[in-house]
Design a protein around this ligand. Structure first.
Ligand code: SF4
Ligand code: SF4
Length: 215
């Protein structure tokens, strides 16, 4: 899931300057789970806009705002309210914001910051485990990603700062490479320690990313 949080009210207020009538877009998927752009947050945003003397012409919570065609369909169905607005205020991740801007010539104002691809520990507690590097080495690292969970993203760790299994960047957290070593030891295999891993070829994930499922 894409983890996101709302921009500060100060930043939003600056972004909204000169925009009197707004159409609000939320997302029923990740932004709802993060409590950054679901139904409740859209409603609160509308109330806050009213305190600034601004009018909300309408709102919609798209099932998945990152779904470009679904966003197009939902905006089409509400085109009168969209047309009445000076700008669209989008409470979705960066992908969702761009689905909306691809479907309107009006100004689109993003209300959220997208943070990372997150695992869910429990409701409201998210952790980054994968950076989508396109060349996964989890099979050699006992299912622990050093690219993401080592503070330095080292491919051949641990670094000299590891102390009693803790990371030098934050002594409260475990060193990813210590965890990899311990888990591989339990599995009685060398895994990634059998070789020197060459520098990561980030070219394996061309930007912008595109993927088509083959029939
Ligand atoms: S190595 Fe890490 S960042 Fe790369 S795909 Fe695997 S889990 Fe994700
Ligand atoms: S102590 Fe471990 S997790 Fe921290 S930066 Fe060094 S290798 Fe990475």
């Amino acid at each position: 899931m894409i983890i996101s949080e709302q921009k500060s009210k100060d930043e939003l207020q600056d972004l909204l300057e000169g925009q009197q009538r707004l159409f609000i877009v939320g997302c029923a998927a990740c932004a709802t789970a993060c409590k950054s752009g679901g139904e409740e947050e859209v409603f609160r945003m509308q109330e806050w806009l009213a305190t600034l003397g601004k009018e909300t012409t309408g709102s919609v919570i798209i099932d998945e705002a990152c779904h470009i065609m679904r966003a197009a369909r939902d905006l089409r169905q509400l085109r009168v309210q969209v047309e009445e607005a000076d700008a669209l205020l989008v409470m979705a991740c960066g992908a969702g914001i761009q689905s909306i801007s691809a479907n309107t010539d009006k100004r689109v104002i993003g209300a959220l910051n997208s943070l990372f691809l997150g695992n869910i520990r429990r409701f409201g507690q998210y952790e980054e485990k994968c950076s989508l590097c396109g060349d996964c080495i989890l099979n050699e690292t006992a299912g622990i990603c050093p690219v993401t969970t080592c503070a330095k993203g080292l491919l051949n760790g641990p670094c000299g700062g590891m102390e009693e299994g803790k990371c030098e960047a934050d002594r409260e957290i475990d060193c990813a490479w210590h965890l990899i070593y311990e888990r591989l030891k339990k599995q009685n295999r060398k895994g990634v320690f059998a070789r020197t891993v060459p520098p990561k070829n980030w070219g394996k994930v061309p930007k912008p990313g595109r993927h088509k499922i083959k029939p």
